[in-house]
Write a protein that binds this ligand. Structure first.
Ligand code: IPD
Length: 262
């Protein structure tokens, strides 16, 4: 548990948004849903949760900017701080009644992700991390897994949906990894995939075509849990490129090598 003023305001906002999502998840079939594009649904719950996060965070930290999944970029008077907000990561899971979804909020300070909170209201798992303070799941300190052999590793991934490109490339990457590791998982919520890497449940995770709001909080969690995060070329441009490869030191390096050469 991290009890800094920043973590207090972030967790309060995320838990408040999560309470609404938990209620809405219980009534998921009753929700009014509109189609944003093939395979990409936006629910009223999503919009309500984003409004809660915006209201709470802008009240406690006036001036910070926002990058939000639904409302886009809202510039703030303080250009050194930006919240990256995904009110409902795992929207498709949510709409299908699959309890793998989360509220995710990351804070960028002077171009660096410095704090992240991810909360799955379906099982009350609250992940938090702040630069220099460690990473936690509820009250438990997190460390990435200690596995060093790819044969023993379970790797998370994101599969491009029909509205995204890159299907052939994904198949090539999957083909490269499949015969070399213990298992591959596609759980459907990028923020939780990264949180699972921080918790040592997954040994690594890779995905292309995701956004800052999907990965901001999770990047801080993985790093604070002792893991490594790069883009798919091994660089630092994960936000700009939308590509991410995260994991413990050994398995991240192995996955990166295979993804690069696929
Ligand atoms: C999606 C999920 C999914 C990932 C997609 C994301 P959303 O986020 O994180 O796991 O594969 O790339 O867009 O749309 O549910 O917030």
């Amino acid at each position: 548990m991290i009890r800094t003023p920043l973590m207090n305001v972030m967790t309060a906002a995320v838990l408040k948004a999560g309470r609404g999502l938990k209620r809405d998840f219980g009534e998921v079939s009753m929700l009014q849903v509109q189609r944003k594009g093939p395979g990409d649904f936006v629910s009223l719950a999503d919009k309500r949760a984003e409004q809660v996060l915006y209201d709470e965070l802008s009240r406690v930290r006036p001036g910070y900017g926002f990058v939000m999944e639904e409302s886009g970029v809202i510039a703030g008077a303080d250009s050194t701080h930006t919240w990256h907000v995904d009110p409902l990561d795992g929207t498709t899971n949510f709409l299908h009644g699959i309890p793998q979804f989360a509220v995710s909020v990351g804070l960028e300070r002077n171009g660096e992700m410095v704090a992240g909170v991810i909360y799955n209201p379906a099982n009350d798992e609250l992940y938090m991390a702040e630069k220099g303070q460690g990473a936690y799941l509820n009250n438990q300190r997190l460390r990435v897994s200690g596995r060093v052999d790819l044969h023993d590793a379970v790797i998370g991934c994101g599969i491009p949906t029909l509205s995204k490109g890159g299907h052939q490339r994904f198949m090539a990457e999957l083909g490269a990894l499949m015969p070399k590791c213990s298992g591959i998982r596609r759980a459907g919520a990028a923020a939780l995939d990264l949180a699972f890497v921080a918790a040592g449940r997954l040994d690594a995770y890779w995905e292309r075509g995701i956004h800052s709001w999907d990965m901001a909080a999770g990047i801080v969690l993985v790093r604070e849990a002792g893991g490594f995060v790069t883009d798919a070329k091994g660089g630092e441009e994960f936000i700009a490129s939308g590509e991410i490869v995260a994991g413990n030191e050994a398995i991240q390096a192995d996955v990166l090598k295979l993804v690069k050469s696929a």
